[in-house]
Design a binder for this molecule. Structure first.
Ligand SMILES: [Zn+2]
Length: 427
């Protein structure tokens, strides 16, 4: 494939990211792409069953989505092939009583979401996106797509020594974005920025985000510079691969969970029974265990790439690099769910797509975190492989990954979905 074609996939990812400033927008964008490919919405409250080859999706909690293309054989005979990812990213969420009036400024009260790298949120041009629920119960997406807020850093002159001693931020005191100036006696509200009257807004789930668009970067366009790469890269790859894959005997699914960054303990998180419940309905009888025993979950979340200035943070033999292609993530203690046979299935798909995957194992003295894979694997007992594209600046407000890793991940997932062969349950 020509280099420009590979970068086309990267550009499509950048578009996906810019359209997804919150988990709710990520689901809306996934929905838009699925509908364009002929998938139709299912209502979980209703009874439904899918004909062979039928394509449908469900949304839970606004920020999670399951898409399915029914196989030509019953799942009890051919299993499920599931690609998983997560829609949420670490950052700052706006508290329900947001207005802080201090020293002539209107500031916003925020709550940490997940584990962001705090200093990376300073001096960014911040917009606001998410959803609001109005009087009467209607919920709509909002995106204040302009730099309405900023968390100014403290001048060097007022904190001499910060470069030597390191920046210490108090998450309660030092992360309040400034929204506007207020005159004496004035008391404005953040809600006015949402384009609706204060009394009408009864609830919200709102994130701050950097309004700088995602872009290709580096002297040779080697890189992606963007917010929320973790894990919109996985969401984009999963949806792209499902849309592209041909129908097969096996039932193909994508699950985009919310709340991975908080530990997945949520109704639309990997700790929920949601996926299992949908699989139960797809089986439609008493053969769920047979179907699960024939199934594979490919959990695609980002992987830690080797940082050139911190090379000692990696095991030298398991140190993925940007541009080196997708990574299989291993952890003998099940922070990643990958086992030998599942790793082999993914490696085979990569080989068929024309490359060999990189491998990651954390140093013994530096645990590297976890993801949706082991949690969903424990709940469903489905064999699982944890994979992902390599990245730097993980959990920063603006992150960095390899532009030429986007295409191979999608091709490997298409290969897996299109093979339609369930993994051997005996090994
Ligand atoms: Zn992630």
């Amino acid at each position: 494939m020509a280099d420009e074609d590979k970068l086309d996939r990267a550009r499509d990812l950048l578009d996906f990211i810019d359209r997804s400033p919150s988990p709710y927008h990520a689901v809306a964008e996934a929905r838009r792409r699925l509908e364009a490919a002929g998938f139709t919405a299912l209502d979980e409250r209703e009874t439904w069953s899918l004909r062979p080859g039928e394509q449908a999706f469900l949304i839970r909690g606004g920020g999670a989505l399951i898409a399915v293309r029914a196989g030509s054989r019953p799942p009890s005979e051919s299993g499920f092939l599931i690609v998983g990812a997560h829609t949420d990213s670490p950052g700052l969420r706006i508290r329900p009583c947001p207005d802080v009036h201090a020293s002539g400024y209107l500031q916003l009260a925020v709550e940490l979401y997940g584990s962001p790298l705090l200093f990376t949120w300073l001096d960014r041009d911040l917009g606001v996106a998410g959803r609001v629920t109005l009087r009467g119960g209607s919920t709509r997406l909002v995106d204040v797509d302009r730099p309405v807020a900023r968390i100014p850093s403290l001048a060097l002159h007022l904190q001499r020594g910060v470069n030597q001693e390191g920046l210490k931020l108090d998450a309660q005191e030092h992360l309040l974005p400034v929204l506007r100036m207020e005159s004496a006696g004035e008391s404005r509200s953040f809600v006015a920025e949402l384009g609706t009257s204060t009394e009408d807004v009864l609830g919200w789930d709102l994130c701050l985000y950097d309004v700088q668009p995602a872009c290709l970067g580096g002297a040779a366009n080697d890189f992606l510079f963007a917010s929320r790469l973790d894990d919109l890269v996985g969401c984009h790859a999963a949806i792209s691969a499902l849309v592209e894959a041909a129908p097969r005997e096996i039932t193909q699914l994508v699950v985009l969970y919310d709340f991975e960054e908080t530990g997945s303990q949520a109704a639309s998180g990997a700790h929920s029974r949601w996926l299992l419940g949908v699989l139960e309905r797809l089986v439609g009888g008493s053969d769920l265990s047979r179907a699960l025993a024939r199934s594979l979950l490919v959990s695609t979340d980002m992987a830690h790439a080797l940082h050139p200035s911190h090379a000692n943070k990696h095991d030298p033999a398991h140190a993925p690099i940007l541009g080196g292609g997708p990574v299989v993530k291993h952890n003998a203690n099940q922070s990643y769910a990958t086992d030998g046979p599942a790793a082999a299935v993914f490696a085979e798909a990569c080989r068929a797509a024309g490359f060999a995957p990189q491998r990651f194992v954390a140093r013994n003295d530096l645990p590297a975190g976890s993801t949706i894979g082991p949690i969903a694997a424990a709940l469903t007992s489905i064999r699982t492989v944890d994979v992902g594209n390599p990245m730097l600046s993980m959990h920063a407000c603006r992150e960095m990954a390899g532009a030429r890793d986007v295409d191979p991940m999608i091709r490997a997932l298409v290969e897996l979905l299109s093979r339609g062969q369930p993994p051997d349950p005996d090994c």
